[in-house]
Design a protein. Sequence first.
Length: 276
Amino acid sequence: MENHIRPPQPLSNNSPKTWLLWKEEFLIFMKLLGHMSRPEYYKANLFKNFIGPVGLEIISKISFNHPNDKDNLDIIIKKIDEYHNPPRKEIERRYQFFNSSMKSNETIENYIQSLKEKAKECKFDNLEESLIIDVVVLHAKDKVLRKKYLQEDNLNCEKIIEIYKNHRIATLESNSTTNSTALPKQKNKPIPVSKETESSNVSQKKSCWRCKSTHEIRQCPAWNYKCKNCGELHHFEISCRNVASSQNKPCYKNMNNLNKNGKPGNHNKTLNNLLK
């Protein structure tokens, strides 16, 4: 059977993809012949024999910690892997971690998860969660929110998410109430406004269906808010178009409407009788 086992051809080029395919083919060949249990120097030299001139040139460019490492198959393969895909420096990964701020369209859950994934590459060990908390507090753009973080005892990732959501809801409700409160009409004579000023004010503000208020363009308080009715973003529950409200009251038409015969309908007669 050994006569039918095909050895790998020499490495044709130094591209990472070619190397990965050749490495897989070589390891299969070694396993089929039962060579994986042989001494390290035997396996290493067999590897060098099959890899050819291109592979030997790559090995010559690699720095080994000890002279004997050149006769260790596992170390040689690991070094060539690193040659094609150099590991990122730990200081670089930590720099990116500490400069990770929350994006405008990112949820607090996704932000925390992103920090956790980056922290795993930084080898923080037992300090991982505490440093994640530091980054969140440091990059909090809302000063009131940051103060709430700092006032919390035993702050952790779960509490950060809870505090952020409660603060966000309170802020949105406050803005919605402020914007929707109607001012009393003044009896004083209105101040004349030029057409240019009036046109400018109209262009800057608009009535928004998402928050049921009027505000400047791109200043909607419901932006990034998650509706509790449908689970979608960018509108309050009062403005939700996706879930029909079960509390809608019947809409009465104008009492002056006429029926098909041109006469007042029965509904109007009933109301007229009640008003007598």
